[in-house]
Design a protein around this ligand. Structure first.
Ligand code: C2E
Ligand code: MG
Ligand code: MG
Length: 580
């Protein structure tokens, strides 16, 4: 067992001998050191390494209370037991207040008394440390937590201010962590966080996990704020540019893949940097701005770092606000579906409708999915959102059932991310059951931009979906890099030509030619072609002349709430048999 090391501070050598003999009575468990004056005693205590200190009340011209005050001022963490002599009795209360663990009357000192006092002091110290650890350190990584990090910032900013220097705060977020976590499971997700923490520590000036004295406060600090978010404090740097050296070091450090069980994972982080006092005069502002810069870095394609600059404010703040609100929206059921009829351009009547998500924000009104779907995708909320869309559909079909308009065909937009969801097929099968429709009445619309990164996986899921009888359409074709590779590799049922092309067919010959070819290509591949965003009669006539069979757009209808869709469908005469 490890010995309990005791420091005696007493100017009388006789007392040292007595104490030594008392401890010897208790066996081999103690090691005694001795300082014979105030100054030396103080520097020993602050140096650390002792389990407990026995302090004589009388130390030359000074006394034990002054010693205690001095020690606590310098953040001494060793428990101190005050030894009082004759007539010092009234000091006991003052001693406790000054931070002594215990006080003992020298005249009553015996081996058992001293043993008991030491044991209590040491045990209490351990408990205190445990509590301190729970309060100030992250249990998973043993890094400082948010509370301690903010403490450190306070000290660091104050000192930087005094010395006219700078501090940098870095905000780090693991790229795609949500997806990694979903795929690997939480146990491996936790291990990944631990490994990242370990590597981050190597990138700063000194390791600082469980700190035992506040000397460490002047070093750089890596902290975990929770989830996959880390922060780093770079203390008293000379120029803002120093932070980029650390950021580069971090990217380099994470460069070699992590191996967890048989998985090899490439981890990258997005980093935002804000500098005190340039980017903010107080802790809250600097941290918030580092966070904003981090978001900017994510939006710039991840795996990089960004310094904060004032122009980032508005977009990032808006984004953060949307993120918070969106979670509330799910909870408070603020989401609805609108339906835009899809028209047979020749017959002039609808063959179904596309369901389009709307967010009825309590203050901001109706918000377009273009504003919140990308954020939901980024923060992993898209799965819940997708599930909610299915739930709303179910409710709306029940409503239409009551209205007696039957069961319209419906096209639902799903995010390519949802294709990676393990239970997506089961969800779709359940949806068909819930709506009580034939599988062929349901179409899933997927945009190509998400598929392009993972064609093989998308192909597998899409084919499985089609196997169940559900149709799949390629949405927004012609909007981005329109990859014919996708069209060649994956057999879709429907091709939707993006509204941006349609809007220019009557203005630009080039675009007209492109639309013309897309219609031809689609048809020759056996796909149904839908023109999106038809707004004018001229556009409609052009598309009709090209034998584009289907279309939708404001020319016919804007997306309608379910009640108005009911009205629309009731107005339409029932189609002659065989046409649908
Ligand atoms: P999208 O699937 O291409 O939907 C067509 C968009 O064009 C809709 O925008 C629609 O309101 C709009 N639109 C329809 N007719 C016209 C027109 O004549 N002119 C113009 N300028 N626009 C027209 P919306 O509703 O804002 O949806 C935007 C996108 O958000 C959708 O594009 C779709 O990709 C996505 N989205 C919508 N609902 C969902 C959903 O439930 N889940 C997912 N993952 N994405 C959704
Ligand atoms: Mg769509
Ligand atoms: Mg579209």
């Amino acid at each position: 067992m490890e010995k309990i090391s005791v420091l005696l501070i007493d100017d009388d050598e006789d007392e040292f001998i007595i104490t030594r003999d008392l401890l010897a009575e208790l066996g081999e468990g103690y090691r005694l050191s001795w300082s014979n004056n105030f100054e030396r005693g103080l520097s020993e205590v602050l140096r650390g390494g002792y389990s407990v200190c026995l302090l004589d009340f009388h130390l030359g011209a000074q006394n034990g209370l002054e010693f205690l005050a001095e020690a606590s001022l310098r953040n001494c963490t060793i428990p101190i037991i005050l030894l009082t002599g004759q007539g010092d009795y009234e000091v006991d209360l003052a001693a406790m207040k000054a931070g002594a663990s215990d006080y003992l009357d020298k005249r009553l000192l015996s081996a058992p008394v001293i043993e008991r006092s030491i044991r209590y002091a040491v045990e209490r110290k351990k408990t205190e440390e445990k509590i301190r650890f729970l309060a100030y350190y992250d249990q998973l990584t043993h890094l400082p937590n948010r509370t301690l990090f903010y403490d450190r910032l306070k000290t660091a900013f104050a000192s930087a201010k005094r010395h006219g220097r700078l501090c940098a705060v870095m905000f780090l977020d693991i790229d795609n962590f949500k997806r990694i976590n979903d795929t690997l499971g939480h146990t491996l997700g936790d291990r990944l966080i631990q490994e990242v923490a370990r590597r981050l520590l190597k990138c700063i000036r000194k390791e600082d996990t469980v700190a035992h004295d506040d000397f460490n406060a002047m070093l750089d600090t890596v902290a975990r704020l929770g989830g996959d978010e880390f922060t780093i404090l770079l203390n008293e740097i000379n120029e803002a540019g120093n932070a980029s050296v650390v950021a580069e070091r971090i990217r380099h450090m994470l460069y070699s893949p992590l191996v967890l069980e048989q998985h090899e994972i490439n981890v990258t982080v997005s980093i935002g940097i804000a500098v005190y006092p340039t980017d903010g005069a107080d802790i809250e502002t600097v941290v918030k701005n580092a966070d904003i810069a981090m978001y900017k870095s994510k939006s710039m394609g991840k795996n990089n770092f960004q310094y904060f600059n004032a122009s980032m404010n508005s977009t990032a703040l808006r984004r953060l606000a949307v993120e918070n609100d969106l979670r509330k929206a799910l909870k408070n059921e603020e989401l609805e579906l609108y339906y835009q009829p899809i028209m047979d351009l020749e017959a002039g009547r609808s063959i179904g409708a596309e369901a389009l998500l709307r967010w009825r924000h309590p203050e901001k009104g109706l918000i377009s999915p273009l504003e919140f779907i990308p954020i939901a995708e980024e923060i992993g909320l898209i799965y819940e959102l997708g599930t909610r869309v299915f739930e709303i559909l179910k409710r709306d079909y029940e409503y239409w059932g009551e209205e007696g308009i039957g069961k319209p065909n419906v096209a639902v937009n799903i995010s390519p991310r949802q294709l990676n969801q393990r239970n997506i097929l089961a969800q779709i099968v359940k949806l068909i059951g819930d709506l009580d429709i034939a599988p062929g009445q349901l179409t899933l619309e997927i945009t190509e931009s998400g598929i392009i990164n993972n064609v093989d996986e998308a192909k597998r899921v899409i084919e499985a979906v089609q196997e169940s009888g559900v149709k799949v359409s390629l949405d927004d074709f012609g909007s981005g890099y329109s990859s014919f590779v996708i069209l060649r590799q994956i057999k879709f049922d429907i091709l939707k030509i993006d509204g941006s092309l349609i809007s220019r067919i009557t203005l630009d010959d080039g675009d007209a030619t492109i639309v013309k070819s897309l219609v031809t290509i689609g048809r020759s591949m056996g796909l149904d072609v839908v023109a999106e965003g038809i707004e004018t009669k001229e556009q409609l006539e052009f598309l009709q002349s090209q034998k584009c069979r289907l279309g939708q757009g404001f020319y016919f209808n804007e997306p309608l709430p379910r009640k108005e869709l009911t009205r629309f469908l009731k107005r339409e005469s029932p189609p002659p048999p065989g046409e649908r």
